[in-house]
Design a protein around this ligand. Structure first.
Ligand SMILES: Nc1ncnc2c1ncn2[C@@H]1O[C@H](COP(=O)(O)OP(=O)(O)OP(=O)(O)O)[C@@H](O)[C@H]1O
Ligand SMILES: CC(C)(CO)[C@@H](O)C(=O)NCCC(=O)O
Ligand SMILES: [K+]
Length: 257
């Protein structure tokens, strides 16, 4: 069985793929200092809690935090006796290489999202991922990642307001009933929620105009659901897009010969 690891700047997600479906998804916050033993303690506790009997033979990692990769490699080696595939490293091939400026290192999560979305939908896509950052990845007709947009994430923007302005509290994101807030919390929620709706709509419209062909919009990331349920921003919302992309890249590397 394949263990897929998606390590973002905020959260690290493990998911076990049995070749047909994901048996479970485990989430923890990202800490560069977490040891291989600590990963295993956390992992084995949850796996046995869910009553899953998984014999892991392969591990694939996408990490936007370079420092965590060392301990995840040790984790894979020590507990599963395998050498993980690490997206972005030369030994991990991509089905279609990105077309970007020479010397650019595209975030592995974006390459994985592009591979996952292309596998499900074909090309000419905008993939929007609401993570620590809100990223827009453009996937060409042949499946290549050809560029995109990076904006501050929803929670990061809320945190920035709180950090930068003495009188503004920490607020959780939610959809406000109205645009004109009549208290501080409502004003902040309105600014972030409706600001993001405008940001997503505006960027997608401009990307489409520049790209010059019809494009499908695929959204992923926990907060995408909040926007999708209230405003018609995306064609589809796929919670497991990054995990699916990891299985696609793993498949490609193991069947390639
Ligand atoms: N309504 C909500 N209010 C606040 N936070 C939410 C809400 N819905 C989901 N979230 C949070 O959104 C996050 C979604 O996780 P996701 O993996 O998409 O991105 P992330 O973990 O924040 O970023 P990264 O992948 O860059 O680490 C989770 O941490 C979850 O707690
Ligand atoms: C933009 C983030 C932080 C989103 O997770 C990540 O993809 C990243 O660190 N990217 C590197 C720069 C780039 O993708 O062009
Ligand atoms: K993510």
């Amino acid at each position: 069985m394949l263990l897929c690891i998606d390590c973002g700047n905020t959260n690290t997600v493990f998911s076990i793929w049995d070749g047909t479906r994901f048996l479970c998804t485990l989430r923890t916050s990202t800490h560069h200092a977490r040891t291989a033993d600590a990963y295993f303690t956390w992992y084995s506790t949850l796996v046995s809690h869910y009553g899953i009997d998984a014999k892991i033979t392969d591990v694939i990692i996408s990490s936007t935090v370079p420092r965590v990769v060392f301990n995840l490699r040790v984790f894979a080696d020590r507990f599963f006796g395998c050498r993980p595939l690490v997206v972005g490293k030369p030994e991990c091939a991509l089905p279609i290489p990105p077309r970007v400026d020479a010397g650019t290192t595209v975030g592995p999560d974006r390459l994985v999202n592009a591979a996952g979305a292309f596998d499900r939908h074909g090309g000419d896509l905008i993939v929007v991922d609401f993570g620590t950052a809100t990223t827009f990845d453009v996937v060409a007709a042949d499946g290549a990642y050809v560029g995109g947009v990076i904006a501050p994430g929803v929670n990061l923007s809320l945190e920035a307001l709180h950090m930068g302005a003495a009188a503004l509290p920490h607020v959780d994101i939610s959809m406000p009933d109205k645009v004109i807030g009549t208290n501080t919390v409502q004003c902040i929620q309105s600014g972030i929620f409706w600001g993001y709706v405008g940001l997503v709509q505006g960027i997608c419209d401009r990307v489409r105009a520049e790209y010059g062909r019809p494009m499908k919009t695929i959204a992923t990331g926990g907060l995408a659901a909040l926007f999708q349920s209230n405003v018609d921003l995306f064609d589809t919302f796929e919670d497991d897009l990054t995990m699916h992309g990891l299985t696609v890249i793993h498949d490609y590397n193991t069947t390639q010969g």
